[in-house]
Design a protein around this ligand. Structure first.
Ligand code: AMP
Length: 210
């Protein structure tokens, strides 16, 4: 299964990505997590990305596209992959299409998470993130997945959330239309219990990919 998740920040892509990646036995590739890991390790890539991330802006395409291109050469994508947080604009979507066309491995589906704006803001402001594995959580002091310490992402602070939502509307939302035109778009409601949303996603995807 070669799958892209798309939806506003806070729609639950990262949470669902863990379950969907396990279900389909494919790697979860989160560009946000790759940037955060680089930032933590103090690499040049991390330093390049930091200012954009802290302000809720997109890291330039030249940097992001190269990073994804490289990640898609790893052996673990042989059976597919789940991309979370990429593409985030139409230019990135076109680059991804070209990379996959060259490998003759086109996408099977693009799963869109649909959620009301008020719910997004509420979720983002209460979200905490693991310092070690970056798993999101709410209302806990230690990561439920690995036991690491949790923190509030700089870009989950109220003043940056509004910026990220406007970046989503202006730059990322147009890829929904792009993928609808390509016949790849599958949309699900992203409200309710985590396990309900996972079931909804798997049912919707089974209609396009057995
Ligand atoms: P996320 O964890 O997906 O919310 O990403 C956190 C931040 O990383 C974003 O606000 C951007 O600054 C940066 N980022 C992640 N993915 C991309 C992308 N595809 N293009 C540009 N910037 C990205």
């Amino acid at each position: 299964m070669r799958l892209v998740l798309v939806g506003p920040p806070g729609a639950g892509k990262g949470t669902q990505a863990q379950f969907l990646a396990a279900h389909y036995s494919i790697p979860h590739i989160s560009t946000g997590d790759i940037f955060r890991a680089n930032l933590k390790a103090g690499t040049p890539l991390g330093l390049q990305a930091k200012g954009f991330m802290d302000n809720g802006e997109l890291v330039p395409d030249s940097v992001t596209n190269e990073m994804v291109k490289d990640r898609l050469t790893h052996d673990d994508v042989a059976n597919g992959f789940l991309l979370d947080g990429f593409p985030r604009n139409v230019a990135q979507a076109e680059v991804l299409r070209a990379i996959l066309a060259e490998k003759k491995t086109p996408l099977h589906a693009v799963l869109e998470f649909s959620l009301a704006n008020e719910e997004i803001v509420a979720r983002l402001s209460s979200r905490r993130t693991c310092k070690d594995c970056f798993q999101p959580s709410v209302g806990v002091e230690k990561c439920p997945s690995c036991g690491g310490d949790v923190y509030q992402r700089e870009d989950d602070k109220e003043e940056v959330i509004a910026k990220r939502l406007s970046v989503y509307q202006e730059q990322t939302a147009p890829i929904v239309h792009f993928y609808r035109t390509e016949g790849l778009l599958v949309t699900i409601a992203a409200d309710g219990e985590v396990s309900e949303i996972t079931d909804r996603a798997i049912t919707a995807l089974s209609r396009v990919h057995g």
